[in-house]
Ligand binder design. Structure first.
Ligand SMILES: Nc1ncnc2c1ncn2[C@@H]1O[C@H](COP(=O)(O)OP(=O)(O)O)[C@@H](O)[C@H]1O
Ligand SMILES: [Mg+2]
Length: 697
């Protein structure tokens, strides 16, 4: 399937099927927008009852249009859409935008009509947007396509925007205009019968005029393709997405720790992270981030300098920076000395740099170049609270000047309402992001730093090859592997496992323990009891045969007391792992995204801390490394409070081993290594469980 969407977004001619005289109808409104924005080619209204519409000669059918038509906008009642599509096909139309609703989103009959529409489009080489959408926009001065029925004034820029919700899309276009964000192209994709979010990301990835891609998405279609395309495009352009449905409950009841920990939308989060897509929590943050990444260079690091004429806003900014993982730069001594020279004596030349209330536009002009030149500063936040001493617009001009000399991002906040509006306009027109409150600059900067770090980690790393989607085979029966099978599987993928033996009796346990070497752990093997500790089924640190025999008796007695002895099929004697950090590594299958690999803090309290990073299978080495750093407990791995650092390479190797295992064995539906005990000299699995789907009998 061709993803060339030029006929859709850069058509040479447009027909509006259902164009009406009344601008209060959808078709009439679209025609008015096309004309009012002076589309750069001919526009052909199609109307079965009128010979002219809004001063333009109209045609009864698209087949009557005497010239070639690249793009047809369809805004007629649903019943006529399929017939119109057939006519478009016979007229040689190259792209269609079906605004009309009442298809797959409405009924089974609608779904059938939609399938027919897709069939007509595909068999005639027509790219189709919609149905059930709000239209498309291209503000490129060479095109000027405003094929939508919302109020639409084009404001050219480098941000392209795809929205799964038409209504939200139009509201956001409006907001973009208010914030001075120039939108290059906009597509409301509606039911995504043909053109998808993935197609648009790919198209915009090679569109020189698009620098930033914004997405409002409820789902991401084929997620393997999304990962492949988005992670390629993210290396060059910022993709910012607000993905709704954050609170969607996990679709299945998980039987493993990893599965339980992957609830909510961990899968979607992993997918976006892996693809380098900046995910924002809210629409507001989407815009705050877009303002920054579409106008400024990405920060090279996390160190921020805050300059202000008032203490309070600077403290708020500094706190918000810390909350987003940013830090205040330690300025170079040369910078501090120079600040001393240019600022009054009672100004604070640390960071935040508080120029105090007497500061004027000149103060900003003196200080900003010093910060721009300091290599310890990765980003500058300029805050100004209007005083009677200087004009806000003059301060804005000083801040805007940074665009000419600063090779690092500058973000601003001018506190206030109406009186500072023109100051904000100065900044927006200059391409310097400005926010109503200081905290917003930290939000945007935090997002930009994440992207910058994502890119840095992938510099020189080949993008992953196309990712074959390997869902588990269709089967409704599953089983847990036996301990020996688990051990063999782990051994085959270089996952170190504590030496162990399966036994049936106390005597056998004692003799195997002597063979393995003391100290040992003794635990139950049971297909039904997944948390062995809970039923008193795990004893650790047994020092000799006597202790093993004794522990065996105690475990059996404990099980008999709760009447669950029958559920135990065997016992396991296992070498004790060296002291270390208890981690979890595992696999679970998400119904939408496929296999996920998880890594985090483990042990019997894993579900309590819920500190686990996920990635979509297959992962790269860099993904595995990121996972190690991403968990809140990461400092434990680096050696916390005098403990030695753990062997990172061993952990990365376990994660890559799991990755290969999943590639080779798509029948794995759940896998837990909990704990994986990491120490200075390696990592060892002491509790591994694997559930596989079994082919239908
Ligand atoms: N071989 C071992 N070496 C060191 N500690 C162990 C060993 N086996 C178990 N443990 C400890 O006992 C805890 C529970 O054991 P585990 O086999 O994970 O049982 P379960 O998770 O089913 O309760 C582990 O989290 C770990 O702290
Ligand atoms: Mg365990």
């Amino acid at each position: 399937m061709s993803t060339n969407l030029d006929f859709l977004l850069r058509p040479r001619s447009v027909a509006v099927i259902g164009a009406s005289r009344s601008v209060s109808t959808v078709g009439g409104s679209i025609l008015r927008n096309l004309l009012a924005n002076a589309f750069a080619g001919p526009v052909f209204p199609v109307n079965s009852h009128a010979t002219e519409v809004q001063s333009v000669r109209a045609f009864r059918s698209i087949t009557d249009v005497p010239e070639p038509v690249d793009l047809a906008i369809v805004a007629i009642p649903a019943a006529g859409v399929v017939a119109a599509a057939k006519e478009c096909a016979s007229r040689g139309v190259k792209a269609m935008v079906v605004i009309t609703a009442g298809f797959a989103e409405a009924s089974a009959e609608g779904a059938r009509a939609q399938a027919e529409l897709v069939e007509i489009a595909r068999s005639n080489g027509i790219r189709l947007v919609g149905p059930n959408c709000f239209g498309v926009v291209n503000s490129d001065p060479a095109v000027r396509l405003a094929a939508t029925f919302g109020r639409c004034e084009l404001r050219p820029g480098n941000v392209s925007f795809c929205s799964q919700s038409g209504a939200l899309g139009l509201a956001l276009l409006d907001k973009a205009r208010e914030l001075g964000i120039g939108v290059r192209q906009f597509v409301s994709i509606g039911n995504r019968a043909d053109v998808s979010t993935n197609d648009l990301i790919e198209y915009w990835g090679s569109d020189a005029g698009t620098q930033t891609i914004l997405l409002y998405a409820e789902s991401f279609g084929r997620t393997d393709r999304f990962l492949e395309i988005a992670s390629r495009v993210s290396r060059e352009k910022a993709i910012v997405a607000v993905k709704s449905g954050r609170s969607a409950a996990g679709a299945k009841a998980a039987m493993s720790h990893t599965g339980a920990l992957a609830g909510g939308d961990a899968a979607m989060d992993a997918l976006l992270k892996q693809a380098g897509v900046i995910r924002t929590d809210t629409l507001e943050e989407l815009f705050q981030t877009a303002q920054l990444v579409s106008t400024q260079p990405l920060p090279l690091g996390r160190r921020v300098a805050v300059v202000t004429n008032g203490g309070g806003p600077a403290i708020m900014a500094a706190d918000a920076c810390a909350a987003r993982g940013l830090e205040l730069s330690a300025l170079r001594p040369e910078t501090t000395a120079a600040l001393r020279e240019v600022l009054p004596e009672n100004a604070a030349v640390g960071n935040p740099i508080d120029m105090i209330a007497g500061a004027t536009a000149r103060s900003f002009d003196a200080v900003l170049p010093l910060l721009a030149a300091d290599p310890n500063v990765d980003a500058i936040v300029g805050l100004f609270t209007p005083t009677g001493l200087t004009e806000p617009t003059d301060v804005a001009v000083a801040l805007a000047r940074t665009k000419a000399y600063a090779r690092k991002p500058v973000l601003t906040c001018i506190m206030g309402t109406d009186p500072v509006r023109s100051a904000r306009d100065v900044l927006r027109n200059a391409g310097v992001p400005t926010y109503d409150f200081p905290e917003s600059s930290a939000v945007a900067l935090g997002s930009a730093v994440r992207l910058s770090e994502w890119r840095a980690r992938r510099a020189g790393v080949a993008a992953s090859a196309a990712r074959p989607r390997k869902g588990p085979p269709a089967a409704n029966k599953t089983r847990w592997l036996e301990p020996q099978e688990v051990a063999a599987l782990f051994a085959a993928h270089a996952i170190p496992t504590a030496l162990s033996a399966t036994v049936k009796s106390a005597a056998e346990a004692a003799s195997e323990a002597s063979r393995i070497g003391f100290a040992v752990a003794l635990k139950i093997v049971s297909p039904t009891m997944s948390h062995k500790t809970e039923v008193g089924g795990v004893r650790v640190g047994l020092e000799d045969a006597g202790e093993v025999t004794h522990a065996f008796g105690e475990i059996v007695a404990a099980l008999e007391r709760i009447d669950r002895r029958r559920e135990v099929t065997a016992f396991q004697v296992q070498a004790m792992a060296p002291k270390g950090v208890e981690l979890i590594a595992g696999v679970t299958v998400d119904p939408v995204v496929g296999s996920l690999i998880g890594f985090g803090l483990g042990g019997v309290t894993a579900e309590l801390w819920r500190d686990v990073a996920f990635r979509v299978h297959p992962i790269l080495r860099v993904d595995a490394e990121e996972m190690l750093d991403e968990i809140r407990g990461a400092p434990l791995l680096r050696g916390f409070r005098g403990a030695p650092a753990v062997d990172r390479a061993a952990l990365v190797s376990v994660l890559l081993g799991l990755n290969d295992m999943v590639s080779l064995h798509p029948e794995i539906v759940e896998l837990d290594i909990n704990p994986l005990i990491a120490h200075a000299g390696g990592a060892v699995a002491v509790d591994g469980r694997v559930r596989v789907s079994t082919p239908p009998a």
